[in-house]
Design a protein around this ligand. Structure first.
Ligand code: ATP
Length: 240
């Protein structure tokens, strides 16, 4: 579905990503893990068109048999239109707007008549949002804002959902609720690429994972195997 091929990315004069390769197959949950500053957010921003690779390509095929596109030359809005939705680090909800208005904004590129139906299904997924539909998003708790950000990302009916640190700053119980929903979302046919510092949760959730260190992919494989890898355990899972 998505193949990031040998990309180099600079931020200002800083060479942040070095020959990063990663592949996301249809229906997979892929995790990208790594320490602070490893380049995870930079990778996501490059996929969604906010940063341009100096080298390499980002190839995307919406479904088998469809034309392959190269995101490295496309604008963020075209990339959303191709079926990618990014749920950014720090949630990014519009705090002055209501819960419902935030969800409507998530559907801004759609012109079909099922937007109301999809909003209902978000309320079913997260009943607390339904109870607070007219409340300003800024007055929600951190966990509720994360649910709203996730709901808003789903409103564009993405084929690939990209999440940047969804667990950041949330209580363990809320993280579990969100991660359970991610599994459900995936079983409904949405492919997921997730960046997480919480490597334990990320490796439990995902099918495969990539480990990024100082802008380079240093390890990749099945998540269950990576969770047993002594290097991963020592660096990311709190092992000896
Ligand atoms: P975190 O978990 O802290 O968000 P990350 O793995 O997502 O980390 P990035 O945010 O991608 O890492 O940052 C990677 C590197 O790029 C860091 O060394 C950071 O200092 C640098 N960087 C990020 N943004 C900029 C910028 N706007 N200009 C220059 N360097 C930047």
């Amino acid at each position: 579905m998505l193949t990031v091929k040998n990309i180099d990315v600079y931020r200002g004069k800083t060479h942040v990503l070095h020959q990063v390769d990663l592949h996301v197959g249809h229906g997979e949950i892929i995790a990208l893990i790594g320490a602070n500053g490893a380049g995870k957010t930079t990778t996501l921003k490059t996929i969604s068109g906010f940063l341009r690779p100096a080298k390499g390509s980002i190839l995307y095929t919406a479904a088998k048999g469809k034309k392959t596109m190269d995101f490295s030359a496309m604008a963020p809005e075209q990339i959303v239109g191709a079926g990618i939705s990014q749920c950014p680090e720090g949630r990014g909800v519009f705090s002055q707007l209501s819960v419902k208005e935030n969800l409507v904004i998530g559907a801004y590129l759609r012109s079909d008549n099922e937007i109301g139906k999809d909003i209902q299904s978000i309320y079913e997924m997260f009943p607390i949002l339904g109870e607070r539909l007219n409340q300003a998003a800024g007055s929600l708790s951190g966990g509720e804002q994360m649910m709203l950000a996730l709901g808003r990302s789903l409103m564009s009916r993405p084929k690939l959902l990209i999440l940047d640190e969804p667990s950041l700053g949330l209580a363990p119980l809320i993280i579990e609720t969100i991660f359970d929903k991610l599994i459900k979302i995936n079983t409904q046919g949405i492919t997921i690429l997730i960046v997480e510092q919480n490597a334990v949760m990320a490796l439990e959730l995902s099918h495969r994972a990539y480990v990024l260190e100082t802008g380079r992919v240093v390890l990749s494989g099945q998540s269950a195997d990576l969770a047993k890898n002594p290097k991963v355990q020592k660096a990311y899972l709190g092992g000896e």
